[in-house]
Design a protein around this ligand. Structure first.
Ligand code: HAM
Length: 426
């Protein structure tokens, strides 16, 4: 039965057992962020459309082609957030968070929306975990941000990925490069649409997937060669700190981030088992964003990690077995499953599991009117560690037999001391 409705095209959905992996990924990333003194910011999923056109930039596909924009009942233009940074900066300015201790260190997670062509690893509603460190321009902060993502990936067990970094320099570096780059582009054979794109942000041409374009770009002037002394020193400091931290990286001279606000350090984590949508996370520094949005002239740096793609990456590295609730990552398990026979037993069972749950164990019981055999099967499917059958005899004697499912050994227990028994055996 497929029912009358389907989810909208291209959205990602998580339900058990796979949703257990989702939860675990978020929890691990939260742990590494909290350990570095980043704290939660929870933001609306829709914002004033202008926030994104101005913040993310009009040369980007995200703004020109991919925004879910609608009018509310009062005729205001709102957009489902395609990314998190603009909203974080908006909130920092609006609530004066930048008037206290700097940097402001925040993390966020949740759904984001881009009307992209759906394919494996690319969705119209997807999930990100992100952090932003706002208010200071310090290359060691860049290294910290990168190291948090790196530590997050390692703590999930991922190995098969590369860190690519570059520097987009400051205004002066970019404008010097731009002159030479435009000169170079004018010698190429480009169609009208491409020329139009190039006018808004010449670097975006590196994003062009067509081989005839890529072939022409060989020998193009490289932005890294135009860095001012200051930008160059900062980039060297970031690389030095990453080396000190033992974080391997490759410098990618033609990296183009999909959003326009980047300046200075930019980076991407690329997973080698994912095919076309290989970027499991990316970020960088943004010097102008806060000023552009009407705030102080403060710099910031952050990343957004794609939770959906991290899950695909974990699966590609064999770290998750979605068919098994007890897999290494999703941690799904059940300490106790009670099978009550009859209404009186159900009443006792609901009471017993309440106590067991209060003591921090995971417990469940058989509902409905299943046969004992059917209920045992259910307990097995749920990977319950212990099973207790509760019938008239058990109710009368106050005693039961707790079956350990790993080896089938049964232990006689007093029902009232079930919590203590579980504590001893786990
Ligand atoms: P982004 O590179 O556009 O950066 O997205 C970050 C990550 O989100 C990507 O590396 C990818 O893993 C995931 N992602 C993006 N689009 C999709 C999609 N359609 N389906 C599945 N996953 C996707 C940002 O969003 C910046 N706000 C990151 C940042 C924070 N920069 C500074 N601070």
């Amino acid at each position: 039965m497929s029912g009358d409705f389907q989810a909208p095209k291209g959205v990602s959905e998580y339900f058990p057992p796979r949703s257990g992996i989702f939860e675990k990924v978020v929890r691990k990333l939260e742990q590494v962020s909290l350990a570095a003194n980043y704290h939660l910011i929870e933001l609306p999923v829709f914002e004033d459309t202008q926030l994104f056109t101005r913040g993310v930039g009009e040369s980007t596909d995200v703004v020109t082609k991919e925004m879910y924009t609608f009018e509310d009942r009062a005729g205001r233009s709102l957009t489902l957030r395609p990314e998190g940074t603009a909203g974080v900066i908006r909130s920092i300015i609006e609530h004066g968070l930048d008037r206290g201790q700097l940097p402001v260190k925040l993390y966020y997670r949740g759904p984001f929306f881009r009307a992209e062509r759906p394919q494996a690893g690319r969705y119209r509603q997807f999930y990100q975990f992100g952090i932003e460190a706002v208010g200071l321009d310090d290359p060691y902060l860049d290294a910290e941000v990168i190291s948090i993502a790196h530590r997050g990936f390692l703590s999930l067990g991922l190995k098969n990925f590369d860190l690519q970094i570059t520097s987009l320099g400051d205004e002066e570096s970019r404008s010097k490069h731009r002159v030479e780059f435009l000169k170079f582009l004018s010698t190429l054979d480009l169609d009208g649409e491409t020329l139009e794109k190039v006018k808004k942000n010449p670097l975006r041409i590196f994003d062009d997937k067509r081989s005839e374009i890529q072939a022409q770009l060989k020998g193009a002037p490289v932005l890294l060669d135009f860095l001012t002394a200051e930008s160059s020193m900062k980039f060297a400091a970031v690389k030095g700190a990453l080396t000190e931290l033992g974080i391997p990286f490759v410098v990618n001279t033609t990296m183009v981030r999909g959003l326009d606000y980047y300046t200075g350090t930019a980076f991407e984590f690329v997973h080698k088992g994912l095919g076309a949508q290989a970027s499991i996370g990316g970020g960088g520094r943004y010097d102008r964003l806060m000023r552009t949005l009407g705030g102080q002239d403060l710099s910031g740096i952050g990343f957004g990690l794609g939770i959906d793609r991290i899950i695909l990456a974990l699966e590609s590295e064999g770290l998750v077995d979605s068919s098994n609730e007890n897999s290494k990552l999703n941690g799904g398990y059940l300490d106790l499953f009670i099978i009550p026979i009859g209404d009186a037993a159900k009443l006792r069972a609901i009471n017993l599991i309440e106590n067991v749950r209060k003591s921090g164990f995971v417990a469940d019981m058989g509902f409905g009117d299943r046969s004992l055999k059917g209920a045992m099967k259910a307990a097995d499917k749920l990977s319950a560690r212990h099973v207790l059958v509760l019938g008239d005899a058990e109710l009368q004697s106050g005693q039961g037999r707790l079956k350990r499912m790993s080896d089938g050994v049964e232990e006689s227990i007093t029902l009232d001391s079930i919590v203590a028994t579980l504590k001893n055996s786990l």
